[in-house]
Design a protein around this ligand. Sequence first.
Ligand code: MRU
Length: 345
Amino acid sequence: MGLTYQTMEWLGTGLRLLDQRALPANLRYLEATTIDVLVDAINTLAVRGAPALGAIGAYGVVIAMDQGAQEGWDSERLEKEIDRVRDARPTAVNLAWGVDRVRPLMAQGRDAVLDEAHAVVREDEVANRAMGVRGADWLLARLGDRKLRLLTHCNTGTLATTGWGTALGVIRELAARDRIEVVYVDETRPLLQGARLTAWELFQDGIAHLVQSDGAATSTIMRGLVDAALIGADRVVANGDTANKIGSVGVALACADAGIPFLVVAPESSVDLDTAHGDDIQIEMRNGDEILNFAGQRTAPLESEGFNPAFDVTPARLVTAFVCESAVLEVSNGQTPGMKWGRES
Ligand code: MRU
């Protein structure tokens, strides 16, 4: 089944990253051994997806410590460079979470930090596998033990994690049980994580899929062509409001209207209980040129300006259930179960 690929690999002196900007045309890698290269890779989405960014944050601290030792940084400079990694993108809570998880270990030395970064990677894949099973079980129990027609937005697979995937992990688990009829893949404008990355991952796995424009999703759902939609999350806050790739809330609204399940599949590393409400989530605003151009060609008039929020917030009341590694939390009558992540089975 297809190629083997790894989103990231620690090489001893830095990270080897699968350069997602080049996919699917080219399978190429880049090496990040300095903070400048790592921050650029994060900003330009060479590496991306919330859980993957969690591991990148953790490894980023090791890279900063190694570079600092070579270049003789004082502690103030070291902390500043680590903060550059932590703040490189604001919406996915995992990036800051990964940095914050390993930072207290710096006093114990670089190898202690590195060991913890490796633990982040291992735990993420275990969490993904668990979410895959929980999500698949929940869908088949709710919708009947049959082949399903699913819809997903953005990329939540191996490329967005350290392995397997969140929403795509559920789809993979269903495919392993021969319970997929077709997956509608939203292309995910403007950077096409759906068309370029999700379709590529599904193709590698031999899973039937159709790539559609983002604008088609509402109609596909409302015409009754979809049994359930699944997305990942960049940040789930205390009341259950969920930030994810721009376009997600439209999918949720259509699912609510059609009366079909809308699932958010996300590990606890994407949960931010310190933020009360979705309105308080900082939404990353990206360069308008990503909207005004297509494949390097200007498509809008030169005089036009772009508006390019990279994420939106789906209110918890539109989510049918949250699938995390230790529980499926159903939202009933618009009420979240207090987001008791990890405390229910
Ligand atoms: O801008 P991106 O590509 O980093 O956005 C990624 C997403 O929105 C994903 O859906 C989210 O991070 C969940 S990944 C399991």
